[in-house]
Design a protein around this ligand. Structure first.
Ligand code: NAD
Ligand code: K
Ligand code: MN
Length: 355
């Protein structure tokens, strides 16, 4: 059997609570299926590391990660450290350092979950949102001059490169093609952002020529939010810039029931480097340390990791266990209106894996 080396970065807040649960479930899955083995190594990077060393992770961190097959990530964000430091010092450093340019976020309503939209069942909401993950609004370009003075000017430049936009659109068209409906919505704000987003639209037209079998359309990002709520069925695969898709995918997660369920993969589609999988939620300061965190987002992220590693059978088995668990309301954590603890949900998944 194959052995996969998995780097675990629990990070901060509830990341430290849910990632060990993910490890536990993956170990059990390996024992039961005997399809593959996992060798985990955990890294204590994050807020506590920052307090000790003045950085969120060592300089050699990205290099260290390169020797792993995949990365399981929790959350970066500490109540006592500014968010831009924790985010840029850890998660973005890894995503950009390992050129994980495609952030992929599947969204659907799992069995037993009450989603907030009326007249919207599982058959109406089955999306994959593709987020550009290395440049755009989060390129880190900009600065502040005359800081703190009345004449201060601050900029965050949204930097898009032809190469960066082309590769993410190509990835999104490929992904749309692989799904039954073969349908893609390209989201921009090219009426207001008249340089980079217009280029984005032009490149979409060019790339689309290579995908005649994919039906595609364009939508402005503000209209896209309304469409997600009003006509969820009209969407299948959706691609957008770093900021736009960041926002749309949190909305998507809420429409599917809870932020605590939603998974994501930060992928290097060319597989030069390991990809990183994480629940989309953050540190959740309001519930940390209380055993209230929903670990399903981490488990579903582990499913994405298994798919990426080519272990489809294990992925299917874990996904089936997850849905068997969500189908039973007694396994719902507080974010889903239930009273189950983090560990109780894990225990339920372990039992479901036995069947
Ligand atoms: P958040 O995702 O941490 O929390 C938003 C709300 O959702 C909170 O009410 C929280 O209790 C709830 N929630 C989130 N995950 C849950 C789970 N698994 N189970 C039950 N409830 C859950 O977002 P935020 O409050 O905006 O951010 C808190 C911190 O996390 C900030 O420092 C932020 O920068 C960071 N953050 C990090 C990431 C990341 O590492 N990828 C993502 C988002 C936010
Ligand atoms: K996260
Ligand atoms: Mn986000």
């Amino acid at each position: 059997t194959k052995t996969y080396r998995i780097a675990m970065i629990p990070g901060d807040g509830i990341g430290k609570e849910v990632i060990p649960q993910g490890q536990c479930v993956l170990q059990a899955l390996a024992q039961k299926t005997r399809r593959a083995q996992f060798e985990f190594e955990s890294f204590d990077w994050g807020g506590d590391y920052y307090r000790k060393h003045g950085v969120m992770m060592p300089d050699s961190g990205v290099q260290t990660l390169k020797s792993f097959d995949a990365i399981l990530f929790g959350s970066a964000g500490d109540p006592d450290i500014p968010d831009h430091i924790t985010l840029w010092g850890l998660r973005l450093k890894i995503c950009q350092g390992l050129d994980q340019y495609a952030n992929v976020r599947p969204t659907r309503i799992l069995r037993g979950i009450d989603a907030p939209l009326k007249r919207c069942g599982p058959e109406d909401l089955d999306w994959v949102i593709v987020r550009e993950n290395t440049e755009g609004e989060y390129a880190g370009v900009g600065g502040r001059v005359h800081q703190g003075h009345p004449i201060e000017v601050a900029t965050d430049v949204s930097m898009m490169t032809r190469a960066g936009v082309t590769r993410i659109l190509r990835y999104a068209f490929e992904l749309a093609r692989s799904r039954p409906r073969k349908q893609l919505t390209v989201v921009t704000k090219s009426n207001a952002q008249r340089h980079a987003m217009v280029m984005w639209d032009e490149i979409a037209n060019e790339v689309a020529k290579d995908f005649p079998d994919v039906t595609w359309d364009k939508e402005l990002v503000d209209a896209a939010t309304a469409r997600m709520v009003n006509k969820p069925r009209s969407i299948d695969t959706l691609v957008a810039s770093n900021l736009h898709a960041d926002i749309l995918s949190d909305l998507a997660a809420a429409l599917a029931g809870s932020l605590g369920i939603a998974p994501t993969g930060n992928l290097d589609p060319e597989r030069r480097y390991p990809s990183m999988f994480e629940p989309i939620h953050g540190s959740a300061f309001d519930i940390m340390g209380k055993g209230l965190a929903n670990p399903i987002g981490t488990f579903w992220s582990a499913v994405m990791m298994l798919e990426h590693l080519g272990e489809q059978e294990m992925a299917d088995r874990l996904m089936a266990a997850i849905e068997a668990v969500t189908a039973d309301r007694s396994n719902h954590t507080r974010d889903l209106g239930g009273a189950a603890t983090t560990e109780a949900v894990t225990a339920a998944v372990l039992r479901a894996l036995d069947v």
